[in-house]
Design a protein around this ligand. Structure first.
Ligand code: HEM
Length: 234
């Protein structure tokens, strides 16, 4: 039997009516919400600087100058915030055999035919793709952002490098905003998910329905491809 790769510290099943399953520690949730807030603030301040028609958004940050000054610092917060999430969750986001099958049956995912999908661990293939895309995009944004941070790094880069960085930074920002919309939409669309990041726990029914392999691992204490077949109370 394989060892569970995706059971995090603090993940635990509590018998009762309903059964509840701890999914995120308070530290993981604080880490998540700091990261989420910084991305929202970055998107708003970045869009304000992106196009004259959006310049009015600088009003939220005390004007054009302060927006330009604090945008890179919020980027630093996002980078370290996401680094914390990355270190907590990277193992559980490793690509597994069932993820390819899950992706190929995306039409069943969208139609809500979950019984036709393979059992998945703590994260499904969609969540894993969002995780790795965010990782790559945040590295791209911080690297291109540093090239553009003239206040401290002007002398280390050429004008040509800055021109390329502006383009890469803007493209990566547009893509991460789209990925973020998918992430938030999925969190709202799959009922009972938001509670995982707010309260830290989910119901046994939610875990059984959406992340059965993870639940089996928690119940049996080991990575188990076949499972016990035991169904917890909803
Ligand atoms: C306000 C917007 C956001 C909401 C409502 C939200 C909601 C959630 C929820 C409910 C979960 C738990 C999902 C589950 O356990 O199945 C989650 C997980 C996660 N979120 Fe967010 N989130 C937001 C913004 C962000 C941002 C901006 C980032 C990163 C830039 C982010 C990164 C993550 C990561 C890495 C996980 C762990 C899931 C995984 O590893 O695939 N979230 N989020």
């Amino acid at each position: 039997m394989a060892k569970p790769y995706d059971v995090g510290p603090g993940d635990q099943v509590h018998p009762g009516n309903p059964v509840t399953v701890d999914r995120y520690t308070p530290a993981a949730r604080i880490n998540h919400w700091i990261t989420a807030a910084s991305l929202v603030l970055l998107a708003l301040s970045g869009l304000a600087l992106f196009h004259p028609s959006l310049f009015f958004l600088t009003g939220l940050f005390g004007g054009g100058e302060t927006t330009r000054a604090i945008h890179p610092w919020i980027g630093v917060v996002l980078f370290f915030g996401f680094l914390g999430l990355f270190l907590r969750f990277w193992r559980a986001n490793l690509w597994k055999g069932e993820d390819g099958t899950w992706m190929r049956r995306l039409s069943d995912v969208l139609r809500g035919h979950e019984e036709k999908l393979p059992e998945v661990g703590k994260y499904n293939a969609g969540q894993k793709m969002v995780f790795w895309l965010m990782s790559v995009l945040i590295i791209t944004l911080i690297c291109s952002g540093l090239v553009l941070w003239d206040q401290y790094f002007a002398e280390y880069t050429t004008v040509g490098q800055k021109r390329a960085a502006v383009l890469i930074h803007a493209l990566a920002a547009i893509v991460i905003i789209c990925v973020w919309i998918v992430h938030v939409y999925a969190a709202i669309w799959v009922r009972g998910t938001i509670r995982a990041m707010v309260k830290g726990s989910v119901t046994g029914g939610w875990a059984w329905r959406h992340h059965r392999k993870w639940l089996r691992e928690l119940v049996t204490g080991k990575g188990n491809d076949k499972g016990t077949g035991a169904k917890p109370a909803e």
